[in-house]
Design a protein around this ligand. Structure first.
Ligand code: ACO
Length: 261
């Protein structure tokens, strides 16, 4: 399903092809008056973008408009209020509740697909679902104004938008537990120390830094970039011997495909 720009705007999103440069696309959370608070409607919009991504797009930048990256779920939904552009939250008693969460997660999962490299460009607050969206991306560039916070447990929720695995993979279980169960704010400098940011830059240099990163990635051929991402992504779950076998298998497939062109 492809959404028109108008339909996307109603979900609080904007999609700009060839931004910041050809071969890339930028998805902007565009509800600045609500600090880009997220809704199930927005997650459906993200999923629709993922499903209809043009083949030439190899880098996807996720950013927020205004003063925050994203203030997390639209809290009005938790209070049972209607929010324009979104369905209400279903009752947890609904037998389809888990499937509904799966449908929301679709907005995040595509950011890890091997054909693209996703970059979260985070300035200001990234709270709850906002932090999870940043974690859902392959890479994170933070402005020095960035503040990350996993607030879900303080609201009686677990983080369920595909943020827990990357968090644990990056910072380790004890630190992930501490971050989630204190709900404290991580400033950009600490995020860099914890390897939650590939790069921290002054806020006014963020666009340039993201563009430079995208440009560097785009110098690598699409098949090589895809194969490299596939290879690296399986390393944490593999033994050394399994990973060595994956290197041989993927190299052979890549070089055979190259020589047959
Ligand atoms: N949901 C709905 N509305 C929001 C949200 C949100 N998550 N965050 C901010 N807004 C609204 C505010 O209500 C306010 O609306 P108003 O102008 O009609 O009063 C407007 O956005 C601006 O918010 P401020 O708080 O005035 O902005 P400020 O820049 O001072 O603070 C901050 C930003 C820190 C992000 C603050 O708004 C905040 O703490 N928001 C709530 C964060 C939160 O707890 N999110 C849920 C996480 S859990 C999860 O995502 C599952």
């Amino acid at each position: 399903m492809t959404l028109s720009p108008g339909e996307l705007a109603r979900t609080g999103l904007r999609f700009d092809l060839d931004q910041p440069l050809p071969g890339a696309a930028t998805v902007t959370l565009s509800r600045p008056e609500r600090r880009n608070a997220q809704t199930p409607g927005m997650w459906r919009g993200l999923a629709a973008i993922g499903r209809s991504l043009p083949e030439q797009v190899r880098v996807v930048v996720i950013r927020g408009e205004g003063s925050s990256f994203s203030a997390g779920i639209d809290l009005r939904l938790l209070g049972g209020e209607a929010v324009p552009g979104s369905e209400p939250l279903p009752s947890p008693a609904d037998p389809g509740f888990e499937d509904w969460i799966a449908s929301c997660q679709e907005g995040f999962g595509w950011l890890r697909q091997p054909e693209i490299v996703s970059i979260a460009a985070v300035h200001g607050h990234a709270i709850g679902a906002g932090f999870q969206l940043a974690l859902g991306c392959d890479l994170r560039v933070l402005a020095d104004t960035a503040q990350l916070c996993m607030r879900e447990p303080t609201l009686g929720l677990v983080p369920d938008l595909m943020g827990t695995k990357p968090l644990v993979d990056i910072v380790g279980l004890p630190r992930a537990l501490e971050i989630c169960l204190t709900g404290r704010i991580l400033a950009a400098a600490e995020a860099r120390e914890l390897r939650l940011a590939e790069l921290v830059v002054p806020a006014d240099e963020m666009n340039g830094a993201v563009s430079d990163l995208a440009a560097a990635i785009l110098t690598i051929g699409p098949a090589t970039a895809r194969a490299t991402k596939e290879l690296l992504a399986q390393a944490p779950g593999n033994t050394l011997a399994q990973q060595a076998a994956a290197e041989r298998r993927i190299q052979t497939a890549l070089q055979r495909a190259r020589s047959s062109r």
